[in-house]
Design a protein around this ligand. Structure first.
Ligand code: DAT
Length: 174
């Protein structure tokens, strides 16, 4: 019996709603919410600076070292816009959030994205890059797409994930 619960990865293009869903899910389930961007910032887990996107480059090995004990324990919700560098063993299930292009465009513009950064992120969603990355990095049967366009989608996603957690816990205790 794993007392801490499953580890859940929420991934997808920036702006699809990972952190909103992840924080709400943590509140409702008691699982721990971990935002990789915040962890990197707090520990300064970077290796250089990306001039094109004007953002620091994640030091993936240091992020893994920082979180490995916590993830090995279980009971975590991890939020990041990429998924190919995490150890596969970390996650029991992977959700890839998806948002329609025009909705995502408005959200990212609202967040202050413009120019190449905005276009590249929209293209990332059109090409379903993160979904493919997830399918290449994890067993396809644990990778699930979730629509994330409306508050109703959000509520449905929460209910679906909470039901999955309950089922997972039942299986662990047998
Ligand atoms: P991410 O963490 O994937 O970058 P976010 O959680 O910050 O995304 O959400 C981006 C914005 O979109 C934020 O203003 C909340 C809003 N949003 C997220 N999911 C939504 C949904 N299902 N319906 C409506 N708005 C949503």
């Amino acid at each position: 019996m794993a007392p801490h619960g499953p580890n859940i990865l929420l991934t997808g293009t920036p702006g699809v709603g990972k952190s909103t869903l992840g924080q709400e899910l943590a509140e409702r389930t008691g699982l721990k919410y971990i935002n990789i961007g915040d962890v990197a910032k707090e520990g300064e887990l970077y290796e250089g600076f990306d001039d094109q996107y004007k953002c620091p480059i994640l030091n993936e090995d240091r992020v893994i070292d920082e979180l490995d004990a916590t993830l090995t324990e279980g009971g975590n919700i991890v939020d990041y816009h990429g998924c190919d560098f995490f150890p596969e063993r970390w996650f029991n299930i992977v959700f890839v959030l998806r948002t329609d292009n025009s909705t995502l465009y408005d959200r990212l513009q609202g967040r202050g994205y413009s120019g190449k950064k905005l276009e590249d992120n929209i293209q990332c969603e059109i090409f379903q890059s993160i979904l493919e990355e997830a399918r290449e990095s994890y067993k396809t049967e644990i990778v699930h797409e979730l629509p994330s366009n409306t508050p109703e989608d959000m509520e449905e996603n929460l209910e679906k994930i909470i039901a999955w957690i309950a089922e997972w816990k039942t299986k662990q205790s047998h």
